[in-house]
Design a protein around this ligand. Structure first.
Ligand SMILES: C[S@@+](CC[C@H](N)C(=O)[O-])C[C@H]1O[C@@H](n2cnc3c(N)ncnc32)[C@H](O)[C@@H]1O
Length: 508
């Protein structure tokens, strides 16, 4: 280090920057940092470090420029593609099963730079038909980056990742750049937020109750103390069961907050524990039905903080430390575990175990009860929380053993659809419809899959059927087979999908 780098005014400026942005300046890069700062000072017409510090405190755009120069705002679409595969194949299916297919999702790209990460997420949400009421918050400290992100215009360099063709299909060419379609841009809301400041979680910043946070390639700039503080705040921002995704080169967060660490083929990720509410024992039927909280939302409504939270037993939530597609057999019974004697007792205990988030116990309690369709339903939902592939197999066997149980065919359809097997899913839902022609949820699921496949006539026919059936129901009734959705919610969702189909240029 030479004398200039030891200049106390320069050191004060760096300390001030660290305090306000979290960025830690490496001693071996001080020469580079100093040159960058001097260039910025020259541009700002300022001569002294102390004066520059005052200007930075007053002018957020100047601070932005400074951050831009001192960090690498480097980003591109679908950077680390396996993270987006994890979101597509693990996070979204899990949320759908836990909360229902129409529930809005809250996501946050923290340290979004010029927006490619947030827009990549918006593309995945669009491809996966995630509720349009879902929100993607994208924040950065740099105003310059945020302005660029809001313009949604990108040069070919931003498309250098594997998924460049996919991104281009959501953009139109304008001069020498690509402009993302409104279909994608309207899903993302940009806002300035300093991750190093203690201003979140807060309702004002809209950072509460997140289902998914991406904070990638940002924490590398911070010292370990700041990384710890940010980790704890991000943890607080997550909804129970919510995921935090960091980049493979980012520091480890496990020791900083109470995260579950999930190791998967796509990387190591963090998850907030599902809060388990003690629940009264439900009658057995309760296992297949999702109680609904008072604050209903519709597909078109604002996600806000009022989303109904669905009781954990219905769903399928993950035991995060297990790999997603694990075929690991579960032990039959744990030492000291009390096992009821009768089938009804076992089923009731399995429901209670699922309620408490102990899906492995629910599985063990019901695995011998293959002749009881109720037990199969409880077990499939529990196993889907920890191993969707095995749940699909159990469900397949259950549909063979109980061919007249509509809910099993429906559930099999849901699992197959989530496993990207639309044709088999349609076949199973067809059977559910055959068993009950007035099943709103089966028609709705059938239509949604057909829509995804581009089979618009068939999708239109089944969405219309949903509307007809809903017209005869009480708007506030919770629909059978649903995860708590009411007649009016599904009717609105079907109507909105129908309008979209009708608006298609090739629509007749
Ligand atoms: C390398 S980019 C990461 C972009 C994107 N997350 C990705 O992985 O491709 C790092 C971003 O972190 C932002 N950043 C740095 N310090 C920050 C802070 N204290 N608060 C919020 N954002 C910050 C920078 O402005 C920059 O845009």
């Amino acid at each position: 280090m030479d004398a200039a780098e030891k200049d106390p005014e320069f050191r004060n400026l760096l300390n001030w920057l660290t305090k306000h942005t979290g960025i830690k300046f490496r001693e071996d890069q001080l020469r580079y940092t100093m040159n960058t700062v001097r260039q910025l000072m020259k541009r700002a017409g300022v001569d002294r470090y102390a004066e520059f510090r005052l200007s930075l405190a007053k002018h957020s755009n100047l601070l932005s420029d400074c951050i831009d120069q001192l960090t690498v705002g480097e980003t591109y679409f679908f950077r680390e593609p396996r993270h987006f595969e994890f979101i597509r194949h693990r996070v979204l299916p899990e949320l759908r099963l836990r909360r229902g297919p129409l529930e809005p999702i809250r996501a946050w790209s923290a340290g979004c730079a010029s927006g490619e990460e947030a827009y990549s997420l918006a593309i995945v949400f669009t491809q996966e038909h995630v509720s349009p009421a879902s929100t993607i918050l994208a924040t950065d400290l740099s105003n310059t980056a945020l302005e660029k992100a809001r313009r949604a215009e990108f040069r070919p360099w931003s498309f250098r990742g594997q998924a460049s063709d996919v991104v281009r299909s959501f953009a139109s060419v304008s001069g020498d750049h690509y402009r993302l379609n409104e279909r994608i841009t309207r899903r993302v809301r940009f806002q300035r937020l300093n991750l190093a400041a203690n201003t979140y979680p807060s309702p004002a910043s809209g950072t509460r109750d997140m289902d998914l946070i991406l904070c990638r390639n940002v924490l590398i700039y911070f010292g370990s103390e700041t990384v710890g503080e940010i980790s704890r705040r991000l943890y607080q921002c997550l909804a129970p069961g919510g995921w935090l995704i960091t980049a493979s080169g980012d520091p480890q967060l496990a020791g900083h907050a109470d995260f579950e660490v999930v190791s998967s083929d796509q990387g190591v990720f963090y998850r907030r524990h599902l809060k388990v509410q003690p629940q009264p024992l439900q009658p057995v039927r309760g296992a297949a039905h999702v109680p609904r909280s008072g604050d209903a939302t519709t597909e078109e409504s604002n996600a806000g903080d009022k989303r109904p939270r669905i009781a954990p037993h219905v769903t399928v939530s993950a035991v995060a430390s297990m790999p997603p597609q694990s075929a690991r057999p579960l032990r039959r019974h744990m030492p000291g575990e009390t096992v009821p004697v009768t089938a009804a007792g076992k089923i009731a205990a399995a429901v209670a175990a699922s309620d408490a988030g102990d899906f492995a116990r629910a599985d063990r309690l019901t695995e011998d009860l293959v002749d009881h369709s109720e037990a199969c339903l409880v077990r499939i939902k529990a196993v889907a929380a920890i191993d969707p592939r095995r749940a699909t197999e159990i469900c397949r066997a259950a549909t063979v053993r109980h061919p007249l149980v509509e809910e099993l065919h429906y559930l099999y359809g849901v699992l197959l659809s989530d496993a990207d097997q639309p044709l088999m899913a349609l076949e199973s839902i067809r059977k559910a419809i055959f068993l009950n022609r007035s099943s709103v949820m089966s028609h709705f699921l059938f239509a949604s899959i057909q829509l995804r496949r581009g089979q618009y006539d068939s999708a239109r026919k089944h969405f219309r059927r949903v509307c007809e059936l809903c017209a005869h129901g009480d708007p506030d009734d919770v629909l059978p087979l649903s995860n708590g959705e009411t007649v009016s919610e599904i009717a609105v969702a079907a109507q909105s999908q129908l309008s979209r189909i009708e608006l298609r240029p090739d629509s007749c």
